[in-house]
Design a protein around this ligand. Structure first.
Ligand code: PLP
Length: 379
């Protein structure tokens, strides 16, 4: 097998980033400290001055949000059936009941009408993912008001996304969490953040992310709510601060590459526009370029396609499996046929390579391989 010279995701990295990490290591202050605070305030600037708390991952940020909201047994959370496993896992771990709803086939965002119908008096939270397009902030705010629920926006894929009015995703809304995993639009190796407003909630996150410790005026420490340990490291922050400087340029390059994908795939009678992400998508940060494979025409399982692309040195991802069809949720009575769009995406989706150090000729190479393989197998 050829080495994978074109992975589906790859963090951009330069010497300034490496030097910033090395400087931090040399400083000996490597855990939470001045650089973490600087990183949080740089993010806060992007999010219109809202408060930001950086933690070890988006998963950690989302978990802290659920704990902060005291969500547990007897509560319900409405969430998309098509998102990363973390959505189902965290609901399950909180003790609440997951109430899944379907997503739109093209934007892959949660269907808000279906979410309205899923609300009950036990609903505490809506947990939508910003997927193939930014969620509509006005619709989310109206939903929260109408139903008296909190909203936690999973914006793991959306660091760098902007709304049509130019504001960054995260600059508005209720609770918003981001991921800085290397597959995302900027990285801190592992890392995540939560954006929030209320002083008491910020104080709770501060405590929960570091053992629940509260400093008392007499210099002693106390714990009221059992905390955990998700504090951010200054080494990660040093990398994040350098990465953040390039985020907008990288998103612009991602968009250029995405548009080139559309141009290259245009007119392909197998990859029709309904199988592609939304083309007119201003402000979208293009973390992924997802395609629904025409498996019937291809005549082979998706894995055969992924393996064949790998043979060409091209990495292909899968985002995501339908959460309600995991063993975890099948045991609770979820089954095929409940959320057709989520299930179809789960069966047919592949993620094509898209990262800012790619060139248009890389895109052409992917499209040529894709087109050739699909036709070869279809013939
Ligand atoms: C939609 C979504 N939400 C949350 C996460 C969790 O991010 P992290 O790896 O930073 O915990 C991911 C990770 O891939 C994701 O894709």
């Amino acid at each position: 097998m050829k080495p994978l010279d074109l992975p589906f995701a790859r963090p951009a990295m330069d010497e300034a980033m490496i030097a910033a990490v090395a400087d931090t290591l040399r400083s000996r202050w490597i855990v939470t400290g001045p650089r973490s605070a600087q990183f949080e305030s740089a993010l806060s600037q992007r999010f219109g001055g809202r408060s930001v708390r950086a933690v070890t991952s988006a998963t950690a940020a989302m978990q802290l949000a659920l704990e902060m909201l005291h969500i547990g047994a007897g509560d319900e959370i409405v969430a998309p059936a098509q998102s990363f496993f973390v959505t189902g896992n965290l609901i399950e771990r909180s003790g609440a009941k997951a109430v899944f709803v379907d997503v739109d086939l093209v934007t892959r965002n949660l269907d808000l009408d279906a979410a309205q119908s899923a609300v009950t008096p036990r609903t505490k939270l809506l947990l939508p993912t910003h997927y193939n397009a930014p969620l509509d902030p006005a619709a989310l705010a109206a939903f929260a008001k109408r139903h008296g629920v909190r909203i936690l926006e999973d914006a793991a894929l959306a660091i760098g996304s902007r709304y049509p009015d130019g504001r960054a995703v995260g600059a508005t809304g209720d609770l918003v969490t981001f991921s800085f995993h290397p597959n995302k639009n900027m990285t801190t190796i592992e890392g995540g953040a939560i954006v929030l407003d209320a002083a008491n909630e910020i104080a709770t996150i501060d405590e929960l992310r570091f053992h629940g410790i509260r400093r008392l005026p007499d210099g002693t420490r106390d714990v009221e709510q059992a905390g955990t340990k998700y504090n951010f490291s200054d080494v990660s922050a040093a990398l994040g601060l350098e990465q953040l400087k390039h985020l907008d340029d990288w998103c612009a390059q991602r968009e250029r590459l995405a548009m080139h994908y559309f141009r290259c795939l245009e007119g392909d009678d197998l990859l029709t526009p309904d199988r592609l992400p939304p083309r007119h998508n201003p402000g979208h940060s293009w973390n992924m370029f997802t395609v629904l494979l025409p498996l019937a025409a291809y005549g082979k399982p998706r894995k055969a396609f992924i393996d064949a692309m790998r043979e060409e040195g091209i990495g292909i991802g899968i985002s995501y499996e339908a959460i309600h069809l995991t063993s975890l949720f099948r045991q609770k009575g979820f089954q095929e046929g409940m959320f057709p769009n989520s299930e179809r995406i789960s069966r047919e989706t592949v993620t094509l390579p898209l990262h800012p150090e790619m060139t248009e000729s890389d895109v052409e190479r992917v499209c040529a391989a894709l087109s050739r393989l699909l036709r070869r197998k279809a013939a």
